[in-house]
Write a protein that binds this ligand. Structure first.
Ligand code: F6R
Length: 619
């Protein structure tokens, strides 16, 4: 989704900082980029379809005059194709101000018709430009400040937006507002900064204010003021973010995705190890920044049902959470796509914990599902990676996953952290309700520690080389089927999603027991089937799938710790043994690497897969 940056400095030039911020936000996905700088009495705007490098080349060829105030944008086209004209920033007819926007202005056609009837000329096909002209109209109608012009304009707008605008008149004015997509701000004596996410701000400050829906924020070096759209002043607390600037880099890896795959042993440690309480055979779900995270014994004991809502990879973690919470804590769990849950008028039993799972904490459907569940009387809770995100702020209880920033569009380490967080939650629920005793609890938490060497083994050079070889042999498969059973069925779904996202190969994930109810018709020579099978309750069931696929001429890649399945398959990717509950954490690693290697060999743009955005903040 679009990226927004902005800054106003006491002195100096803002341009390099803006371009740096846009580069940091590249991972969100975009197809054009632009910047606007304030000049006394006006603005200068430069915008280009394509990558940020094109914009930078253009700025080098014809530089803009230095300015201490500016905004920048990476656009992901929605209204109007990705052309120079449609790229942001946009301005009013007198070029007094510049404006950038992420989201959708639903009544843009009506606004456009109204403004055109008043003599305004539009120069783009975007919904955003109407908002720039509305601001201009409010300034014509003598709004005393840009912030007031924005408040007045937003009262006329229906839709979802994060918006930033600036002008350099008598004063330097930088403003932003939020209704839906996130925007956050940071203030230092040298300058004030805004961005669509924390990563754009951490080069300047780690104390960050996340705007709420309906907020309008006015920024100046060393100060900020937040009002509601009606002009009433509100206070917003700042959150200290522990992420480092270096976390936003690729380190020694060619792609963010590969870096993040290799970070997973550390992610395990960060998500789990400091929470283990061996003496009590239990875990603490809290976090430095969140105290006990809201997980009081009273809450844990009062839950009769859990309703998980999430999207994509986070949903797959949610399916695993179902096996864990039902299996370990004996509480019934329902899991739904957040996008379906929000519109199906769900019937929710009393004492339901609404558990939203999200890396970003800003996914529009997940937030909407969570809000609906709260309205229906559920206790909203979250497993989330971003401390100050909307989801965290709107939840009564939170397990922070501590995976660090995830920049690769295809989620890897966030998934593993979500599964581990779900395991911790299941153990805590079981302990608080007396379903798991201290000795069992101790056994369960010790299993976590055993995972680290296994993860390291899976990421060793030899193991990666083995997967590269498998990738090379299946590069031109007609298609892929991923099968898994029990707690590894969602791992099969995740393997298929990873492969299609970054290699664009057709891949389907199924519960292994469903194969003979239809998907088996696809099996023929040239079709590759990945069977995820670890030792445990259903190992012999999934093993028969290996035989069925091979009997029909299909190629089987077996991933897991079940020796018989590995022996039967065409390709065996052995995964160290673990408890069955934690086997998804290990089994998903070869699937992530397999997708990565296939995509690399096929020459795909791994960190920026086509048509995908990292954070889906609109419907
Ligand atoms: C897949 C992927 C997406 C996200 C989904 C939810 O690799 O990244 O499927 O998992 O868009 O995003 P979050 O977790 O931020 O709510």
């Amino acid at each position: 989704m679009c990226g927004i940056v902005g800054a106003v400095l006491t002195e100096g030039s803002v341009l390099e900082g803006l371009l740096g911020g846009l580069r940091v936000l590249e991972y969100r996905g975009y197809d054009s980029a632009g910047v606007a700088l304030g000049l006394e009495g006006g603005v200068s705007i430069r915008r280009k379809a394509g990558r940020i490098e094109k914009l930078e080349d253009d700025l080098r060829a014809v530089p803009l005059a230095d300015s201490p105030i500016g905004i920048g944008h990476t656009r992901w086209a929605t209204h109007g194709p990705p052309t120079d004209e449609n790229a942001h920033p946009h301005t009013d007819n007198q070029r007094r101000l510049a404006l950038v926007h992420n989201g959708i202005i639903e009544n843009h056609s009506e606004l456009r018709a109204e403004l055109e009837a008043e003599g305004v000329t539009f120069s783009s096909g975007t919904d955003t430009e109407a908002l720039a002209h509305l601001l201009g109209r409010e300034l014509d109608r003598s709004a005393p400040s840009l912030a007031e012009a924005l408040r007045r304009a937003l009262r006329l707008v229906h839709g979802y937006y994060a918006v930033a605008a600036m002008r350099f008149g008598d004063e330097k004015e930088l403003v932003c507002a939020r209704q839906g997509p996130p925007i956050c701000v940071g203030v230092t004596p040298e300058g004030s900064y805004l961005g669509s996410d924390v990563l754009a701000l951490i080069p300047h400050t780690r104390d960050i204010v996340f705007l709420e829906d309906g907020d309008v924020c006015e920024l100046a070096p060393g100060r900020m003021e937040v009002t509601r759209i009606d002009g009433s002043v509100v206070q917003r607390a700042s959150h200290h973010v522990s992420w480092e600037e270096a976390d936003a880099g690729k380190g020694v890896y060619p792609h963010y995705m590969l870096k993040e795959i290799h970070e997973q042993p550390d992610v395990l440690a960060r998500t789990a190890f400091s929470r283990i309480d061996e003496a009590r055979g239990d875990v603490n779900l809290g976090h430095d920044e969140l105290g006990d995270g809201g997980w009081s014994d009273a809450l844990l004991q009062s839950i009769d049902r859990v309703q998980v809502a999430a999207c994509g990879t986070a949903l797959h973690a949610g399916y695993i959470a179902r096996y864990l919470i039902e299996g370990l804590a004996r509480i019934p769990v329902d899991v739904d796509y957040a996008s379906e849950f929000r519109y199906r008028d769900p019937v929710l039993a009393p004492n339901t914990l609404a558990l939203a799972i999200s890396q970003s904490g800003e996914t529009a459907d997940t937030l909407a599902a969570q809000r609906l569940a709260r309205e229906k009387g559920c206790t909203p809770a979250a497993i989330c990676n971003v401390a100050g995100s909307t989801l965290v702020r709107e939840s009564d209880a939170v397990v922070l996953t501590n995976a660090g920033p995830e920049i690769g569009v295809a989620s890897t380490k966030a998934f593993v952290a979500q599964v581990i967080a779900a395991y911790l939650l299941a153990v805590r629920l079981g302990r608080a309700r007396g379903v798991i005793d201290r000795v069992q609890g101790l056994e369960l938490v010790r299993e976590l520690r055993l995972l680290r060497p296994s993860l390291e083994r899976l990421l060793s050079e030899d193991h990666v080389a083995e997967i590269k070889a498998v990738a090379g042999r299946h590069l031109n498969a007609k298609g892929f089927m991923f099968l898994g059973r029990g707690i590894n069925y969602p791992v099969a779904l995740e393997g298929a999603l990873k492969l299609k996202e970054i290699s664009y190969m057709h891949a389907e994930g199924y519960p292994a027991g469903e194969m003979k109810h239809g998907p088996i018709a696809l099996i023929e020579p040239g079709m590759s089937t990945v069977v995820v099978n670890s030792r445990g309750l259903v190992a012999d069931k999934a093993r028969s799938n290996v035989e069925q696929v091979r009997a029909r001429g299909g190629q089987v890649i077996c991933v897991g710790s079940d020796p018989e399945s590995l022996a039967l398959a065409d390709e065996a990717i052995e995964v160290p043994r673990s408890s069955e509950w934690l086997s998804p954490v290990l089994n998903v690693i070869p699937l992530q690497l397999l997708s990565y290697e296939i995509a690399r060999l096929r020459g795909c743009d791994i960190d920026k897969p086509r048509n995908l955005a990292k954070s889906v903040t609109v419907e």
